[in-house]
Design a protein around this ligand. Structure first.
Ligand SMILES: Cc1ncc(COP(=O)(O)O)c(C=O)c1O
Length: 376
């Protein structure tokens, strides 16, 4: 099997992640819900994981990191927690449905939604239009750090500057970049960073979270058990409890802690360069194959390790199934939950076949995938 669907979820995880989850299942009590050793063991792991995440994203400290089950939950909390009816919000056609659907919901309730387009040839964000859209009076800009379809990376620092000038909040969907690209909430001017644990962070599925700039209040989506202030009728407002209700996925968080330690030890830049080199190696071969159309801006040096393509008019699902059945090569076809990006690229009906690389992949795997396309 050659797994090239890492943008959906990273399949190969550091061995320490599996070990940490197994250890946690055998040893963890309920963190923040008691003071016996098993509960404290859980609290310690959760505490350390918050600390590692805040350090990785240059956030405002561990208390500003709230855990969720995935990016979708984080984005729902962030978007619905700071934007309301009557507000003006700017987003882009690069976005995943995890951003678009909560925003459409708000739009139906009276939020003004502005969606910025891209260049049709490459799917690159139209920065001129974005700059013009971020005007004073804009409540928030919600934007992805990288397109999960093309792999194009957004210049978040530039967007952050425009947001600060206009007094708008910046909410970033880092689903495709967390754990792979450097993110500095302070220097990039990010108010809320939403991440998922199971992609580039290489943690277990069911982990994710959001880092909130200190001083910013986010309305909670859920209220309930918190382990503190039991006799209050209101959910505690203190972070991170304010955005966490119910027992955390402690076992998953233990795995995430192990992957964060792995990333710290290996170095994020080395891991990214390795997967980018594999992506470039694959791209260099497939772009020479007659009839193949590739989407995305490959002049962008620091881009996500994704190559999305089509072969002639072949249905992307058919190509993807063929690669899986005949060659054991696993890719992702169809719409990738990115409807506006497909509309912009003119691939709504055909979809696209997405190859996405991890540093655990090999040169031989990249070459075999290119060869399979040559033979199609
Ligand atoms: C850009 C982007 N945003 C959001 C998501 C949603 O992530 P999750 O499924 O972990 O909630 C994904 C993953 O598919 C993604 O690629």
């Amino acid at each position: 099997m050659i797994y090239l669907d890492n943008a959906a979820t990273s399949y190969y995880k550091p061995e320490a992640v599996a070990q940490a989850v197994a250890d946690a299942i055998r040893t963890m009590g309920n963190g923040s819900r008691g003071t016996h050793p098993a509960a404290l063991q859980s609290s310690r792991i959760v505490f350390e994981t918050r600390e590692l995440l805040s350090e990785l994203f240059h956030g405002d400290g561990l208390e500003q990191v709230a855990f969720t089950a995935n990016s979708t939950e984080s984005l729902n909390i962030a978007i619905k927690g700071v934007i309301g009816p009557g507000d003006r919000v700017v987003t882009t056609v690069l976005e995943h449905n995890s951003v678009l659907r909560p925003l459409y919901e708000l739009e139906r309730a009276g939020t003004e939604l502005v969606i910025v387009g891209c260049r049709e040839e490459t799917g690159s964000l139209d920065y001129d239009a974005l700059k013009q859209a971020i005007i004073p009076g804009t409540k928030a800009v919600v934007i992805t750090h990288a397109s999960n379809l093309t792999g194009n990376v957004t210049d978040i620092r530039q967007v952050g500057t425009w947001c600060r000038e206009a007094g708008a909040l910046l909410i970033v969907d880092a689903s495709q970049t967390a754990g792979v690209f450097p993110i500095n909430m302070k220097e990039d001017g990010i108010d809320i960073l939403c991440f998922t644990g199971h992609k580039g962070l290489m943690g277990p599925q069911g982990t994710g979270g959001l880092c909130v700039r200190s001083g910013l209040t986010v309305r909670p989506l859920l209220t309930g058990g918190s382990g503190i202030m039991t006799y209050s009728k209101s959910h505690p407002q203190v972070m991170p409890t304010a955005l966490e209700a119910g027992t955390l996925n402690g076992h998953g968080i233990a795995g995430l802690r192990a992957s964060l330690l792995y990333i710290k030890e290996k170095g994020i830049d080395g891991l990214r360069r390795r997967e980018q080199a594999l992506m470039r190696r694959f791209y260099a071969q497939v772009k020479e194959i007659p009839g193949i159309r590739i989407y995305g801006d490959f002049s962008q040096e620091d881009r996500a390790a994704i190559v999305a393509l089509n072969i002639g008019d072949e249905d992307s699902g058919q190509v993807s199934d063929y690669l899986a059945e005949e060659y054991g090569i696993y890719t992702r076809s169809g719409g990738h939950c990115a409807p506006l990006m497909h509309q912009a690229l003119g691939t709504v009906d055909q979809g696209a076949v997405r190859f996405s690389f991890s540093h655990f992949n090999t040169e031989e795997e990249a070459d075999r995938a290119a060869q399979a396309l040559r033979e199609y």
